[in-house]
Design a protein around this ligand. Structure first.
Ligand code: NAD
Length: 261
């Protein structure tokens, strides 16, 4: 399957799952606009390395997904630089863990801005071009927490349930425009986002990291292993293929059986 000639914008792709998705799409031939925070030199090395490895054009937008005007500008910049946004992957995300009654209001606002509102703003900006060209793929990275809840993650769970709902609305509106919209719902993937939670719990409970890894997995997933960014990337690539043409509005779990229970 070739995505040669297509352009993919992947938010939050300087790390973790977004990086895995960007590499998967680049390996399939798509030009890539990376987005996300990090050390400028490391990001430039990542950008140039991907361009050389996959023989595609790779750019980077430093847009902050908490800022609607920067999101619209990033979509515009991608269209101006590479000619289109054919594949939009809304992946940037943050986490904060606390009981509801202690959850700081500013953390609620931040999680909702990056994990929920950014998905709306990016879709809104990218859809007109997709409709004009009669082809598009919107892939929203939700979570198992888009389908079921856990304690202490009120903002994250609210945002991810919202992403699943928003994806369905987009799918219905775009059904006859050659544009599909789907949500990928990963279980545990060992990225910096999860590593921070592991370290916090290890400190709190006075255990080592391996004990916490085992606890995280067995608390939630029948399958006692992490999914990988590459596996999430492989599903994203499939969703861009001809075989996935009529898959739309679907929350697709990659979660070792988490929500099957
Ligand atoms: P990560 O922390 O490794 O990567 C997050 C990326 O988002 C980074 O590139 C970071 O720079 C970027 N980012 C954060 N805030 C941003 C902002 N305001 N503007 C622009 N970029 C920003 O996390 P990850 O685990 O790879 O998570 C990626 C997505 O997958 C998130 O939406 C997360 O909720 C979701 N997810 C992760 C897991 C998991 O187990 N890791 C499970 C389910 C869903």
């Amino acid at each position: 399957m070739s995505l040669k000639g297509k352009v993919a914008l992947v938010t939050g792709s300087t790390s973790g799952i977004g990086q895995g998705i960007a590499r998967g799409l680049a390996a399939a031939g798509a030009d890539i606009m990376l987005n996300g925070f990090g050390d400028a030199e490391q990001i430039e090395a990542l950008r140039a390395g991907m361009a050389a490895q996959f023989g595609v054009r790779v750019g980077h937008s430093p847009a902050d997904m908490a800022k609607p005007e920067q999101i619209a500008a990033m979509v515009g910049q991608t269209e101006a630089t590479f000619g289109a946004v054919d594949v939009l992957v809304n992946n940037a995300g943050i986490q904060f863990v606390a009981n509801l009654e202690e959850f700081p209001a500013e953390r609620w606002d931040a999680v909702i801005a990056v994990n929920l509102s950014a998905v709306f703003h990016a879709m809104k900006a990218a859809i007109p071009g997709m409709k004009r060209r009669g082809w598009g793929r919107i892939i929203n990275i939700a979570s198992a927490h888009g389908l079921v809840a856990s304690a202490q993650k009120v903002a994250y769970v609210a945002a991810k349930h919202g992403v699943v709902g928003m994806t369905k609305v987009a799918a219905i509106e775009l059904a006859n425009h050659g544009v599909t919209a789907n949500a990928i719902c990963p279980g545990w993937v060992l990225t910096p986002l999860v590593q921070r939670q592991l370290e916090d719990r290890a400190k709190l409970e006075g255990t080592d990291l391996d004990t916490q890894k085992h606890r995280f997995l067995t608390e939630k997933q029948p399958m006692e292993q992490f999914s990988t960014p590459e596996q999430i990337g492989a599903l994203a690539v499939f969703l861009c293929s001809e075989g996935a043409k009529t898959i739309t509005g679907a929350p697709l779990s990659v979660d070792g059986g988490w929500v099957a229970q």
